[in-house]
Design a protein around this ligand. Structure first.
Ligand code: PMP
Length: 390
């Protein structure tokens, strides 16, 4: 059976990490995979997570199955983090723990297909590369709407609206909650409002991917757009991830949230999500969700807010540092205006290739960089390498 298969090429982003690891150049710079890094180039366990983990190890009584629902304490706490503690919203929402944001995206896509197999999911151009297989593998059709304008390094909202005007009732529009991956350019609240009006008039359903809450303007601020939709629209879906803001990448911690007109409709939808989960991976891993629950429901919450603020502020200061270091190489003033870990440098694939082969600077072919890979030790080398290929 297996001899018919050809080996597939490595995933472009994950393949970049392997190439970086194998590069002997001591000056090499990794701006590829989207993980947060400290000044020392480490991806640390957050101090709040270490504290929660110590408590969990001391008190955990069992590793027995939790079932497809995961931890209900986590589900409630995460829902509040995303939607705020507005009781009217909470009542209309139902949340289910998932294996990371990826698991949540896939569960959402499976639910949409079950309800409407003809539905198309509209994704931004560009979008995070893994959105395509995660949503497409559920059997849904995908279409694109314009989003990032490379010439102005900002959102081309008019073009976006022009295409989204054609989205019919029953289709789904995937939106990045904050810190757009890969372009770092977000919608304003006025633009979220315009999208809410269009969704209500046309009858499409927003599906918000919230993978970087707290990395843009703040934990509450970064959820403002999706909360606006949730308050004003009868229905939406939210896929959320604890990978970045809790630093729990490998623990696979996230959730899918359904917001409906009534509590009953949301709970019914959640029962279908549980059936889907049972048929794919049965139940989510427990450890990361128990840590998040411990943090969000007790005295560690403030420490976690500080952990997140530290990451956010560091990323912002790196954006300023990079723009300054490149000031004589062109106009890079857009970098500090963008949010989260990613920005496009605006280089050609050929220039990106030269950065890799001639200078051991690794980034995705589109010239998307992970800002958190910059530090005071590599900034001068990096800026000089970029200057040389420009
Ligand atoms: N959505 C976006 C936009 C992302 O960048 C990521 C992680 N890179 C995810 C979702 C999923 O994250 P995870 O499955 O690791 O929680």
């Amino acid at each position: 059976m297996f001899e018919t298969l050809q080996a597939l090429p490595a995933d472009p982003i994950l393949g970049l990490s392997v190439a970086y690891r194998e590069d002997p150049n001591p000056d090499k710079v990794d701006l590829g995979v989207g993980v947060y890094k400290t000044e020392q180039g480490q991806t640390p366990v957050l101090s709040s997570v270490i504290a929660a983990q110590n408590r969990l190890v001391a008190t955990e009584q069992t590793k027995a199955y939790q079932g497809p629902v995961g931890s209900e304490g986590f589900n409630v706490a995460l829902q509040q983090l995303i939607l705020s503690d507005d009781p009217a919203l909470q009542q209309r929402a139902a949340t289910l723990q998932s294996p990371g944001g990826c698991g949540a995206l896939r569960l959402g896509a499976e639910l949409i297909r079950e309800i409407n197999p003809q539905a198309t999911i509209w994704v931004s151009t560009p979008t995070w590369a893994n959105h395509i297989p995660l949503l497409g593998s559920a059997g849904l059709k995908l279409q694109e709407y314009p989003y990032y304008d490379p010439a102005s390094q900002s959102v081309n909202f008019d073009a976006m609206v022009e295409v989204l005007k054609t989205v019919p009732a029953g289709d789904v529009v995937l939106l990045h909650g904050c810190c757009h991956n890969p372009c770092g350019t977000d919608l304003t609240l006025e633009q979220w409002q315009q999208l809410a009006d269009m969704a209500r008039q046309q009858g499409f359903t927003p599906f918000v991917d919230l993978a970087y809450q707290g990395f843009g303007d703040g934990i509450e601020e970064d959820a403002a757009g999706l909360r606006l939709l949730a308050k004003q629209l009868p229905e939406m879906l939210i896929a959320s991830s604890c990978s970045k803001n809790f630093g729990l990448y490998r623990e696979r911690t996230g959730a899918i949230t359904v917001v409906s007109a009534t509590a009953e409709a949301s709970n019914n939808a959640r029962s279908h999500l549980m059936k889907v989960a049972r048929g794919i991976y049965s139940m989510p891993p427990a450890h990361g969700a128990l840590l998040v629950e411990e943090i969000l429901t007790g005295d560690l919450k403030q420490q976690w807010q500080q952990d997140v603020a530290e990451m956010r502020e560091r990323i912002h200061s790196l954006r300023l540092l990079l723009a300054n270091a490149l000031a004589d190489a062109g106009d890079f003033s857009f970098i500090p205006q963008q949010k989260g870990m990613f920005s496009f440098l605006g280089l050609s694939p050929e220039q990106v290739g030269r950065l890799k082969t001639e200078h051991s600077v690794y980034m995705v072919d589109s010239s998307r960089i992970n800002i958190a890979g910059v530090n005071s030790g590599n900034i001068d080398y990096l800026a000089e390498a970029i200057r040389k290929v420009l």
